[in-house]
Design a protein around this ligand. Structure first.
Ligand SMILES: *Cc1c(COP(=O)(O)O)cnc(C)c1O
Length: 447
């Protein structure tokens, strides 16, 4: 029983994605059309998404079959290993058993490819020629670029300007896979031009880049929009993570006492934990912890309200924990996870106290990442390092032999510049000031 990794065969990739919605003891608040103030109808989303993804977004079916063509590509790297962090356990002298689902083994280095492949597939099948999207640090842009390359779609990525200049290597990946990359805000869209008029030096945000990509997709019939997180269908595609992990833990006769993942828009967290939520209803002792940065604390400091998904107010209103759609994160934050809102599904679980959330500063997060890399050898993505920090805190406090499972959402090989800053002592902590949060929340739409 002292394996370092628990592997499944390619046959054991899940046949279906798991949709938690029909198993929830409450109804999810629906997305709202900001113009009519009424719940959004499926056809209103069809200008930017293909029919199958809109159906998945609103689905009440528990299991949704994964198309053969998608599973076939997932086989390039799935099933991913479940690893036991024995050397980290030893270093921490903990009584806890620490497992992590290693999503860093995907070709693009993170979990994002799980949904990128599915989204590109459905768009191609429904006759779309091109996808437009946003990216922050570049993991989503890289994943969608590869997925578009696989299904012969064109791809345009609006990349948050500060990352465009600070993080050049994922741009190279996107170029290898044939995508076009635009620094956002750009002059190509009305949303971008408006922002630049107000502030010519604006360094961008995910909310602004989303506005640009959505605007482009809405204008062009053969171009659709693809989102890397937040929405129900994205979390649905990510459930392969939790479904595989469940099988792997079962092989060891293990059941988790703690589930931990970092949260940006909520997709790697949702992917890991959604298949376990039903277990939590039976066993309230199971603790499910979402980890976010103090620099962008939507779950811990935001409000659970209807808000726009983007800065220019082009998207439907979704009920979520939000810092306000006008939130622009500080350019000095190295750790990713900078979206102003959060998945409506994860937000509802937080609102009902089914999950809990914690926030950390970036320096303590990088310190945790260093400990992990020294013990386990793999360098975590800065985003992933937030989960690692929480895992270390939980493991240090474990009084008895408890089982911790966390999602290792990606590796940090393309984030080494951030690590250099940390090692040189150049990182600074930045907690998003409550005053600014309050100011941004004043602009929440009125229903
Ligand atoms: C994008 C990303 C995240 C954050 O996004 P979620 O949708 O919250 O998962 C976390 N880790 C890695 C490695 C990422 O690329």
């Amino acid at each position: 029983m002292d394996d370092y990794k628990i592997l499944l065969s390619e046959k054991e990739i899940p046949q279906s994605w798991y949709n938690l919605v029909p198993d929830l003891p409450f109804r999810l608040p629906p997305p709202i059309n900001p113009v009519t103030g009424k719940p959004l109808q499926a056809d209103e989303l069809r200008t930017i998404f293909p029919k199958s993804l809109v159906e998945q977004e609103m689905s009440e079916e528990r299991w949704i079959e994964i198309p053969f063509e998608v599973r076939d590509i997932l086989r390039l790297w799935r099933p991913t290993p479940l690893r036991r962090a024995r050397r980290l356990e030893k270093y921490l002298k903990t009584k806890a058993r620490i497992y992590y689902k290693d999503e860093s083994v995907s070709p693009t280095g993170s979990h994002k490819l799980n949904t990128a492949i599915a989204q590109a597939y459905y768009n191609k099948k429904e006759g779309i020629k091109r996808l437009a999207t946003e990216t922050g640090a570049g993991q989503w842009g890289a994943a969608l670029s590869f997925a578009c390359n696989v299904f012969s779609l064109k791809c345009r990525v609006y990349m948050v300007k500060v990352s465009y200049h600070q993080k050049p290597f994922r741009k190279s990946l996107m170029r290898i896979w044939g995508a076009e990359i635009i620094a956002s805000p750009s002059k190509l869209t009305a949303s971008g031009r408006k922002i630049l008029k107000e502030d010519p030096n604006c360094h961008g945000s995910l909310g602004i880049a989303i506005s640009e990509a959505v605007e482009e997709a809405a204008k062009d019939k053969t171009t659709n929009y693809a989102l890397g997180s937040v929405l129900n269908h994205v979390l649905l595609h990510q459930t392969v993570i939790g479904l595989e992990a469940k099988k792997q833990l079962k092989l060891l006769d293990e059941e988790p006492d703690f589930l931990i993942a970092c949260v940006g828009g909520g997709s790697n967290f949702g992917g890991l934990i959604l298949p376990f939520v039903k277990d939590k209803f039976k066993n309230p002792g199971l603790r499910i912890i979402a980890v976010e940065p103090f620099a962008c604390p939507s779950l811990t400091k935001g409000k659970y309200e209807y808000d726009f998904g983007d800065t220019a107010s082009l998207t439907p209103l979704i009920k979520m924990f939000t810092l306000g759609h006008r939130y622009i994160p500080p350019a000095i934050h190295a750790g990713g996870l900078r979206y102003h809102g959060c998945s409506p599904l994860v937000s509802a679980l937080q609102d009902k106290d089914i999950i809990e959330a914690v926030a950390y500063n970036q320096i303590e997060v990088f310190k945790a990442a260093e400990i992990f890399a020294k013990a386990e050898g793999i360098v975590p993505a800065p985003e992933t390092a937030h989960a690692v920090k929480a895992v270390i805190e939980v493991a240090k406090r474990a009084k008895k032999s408890q089982c911790i499972l966390f999602n290792f959402s990606g590796h940090g090989f393309l984030d080494l510049a951030s690590y250099d800053k940390f090692l040189n002592g150049e990182l600074v902590n930045h907690a998003h000031p409550i005053k600014e949060i309050k100011a941004a929340l004043k602009h929440l739409p009125k229903l």
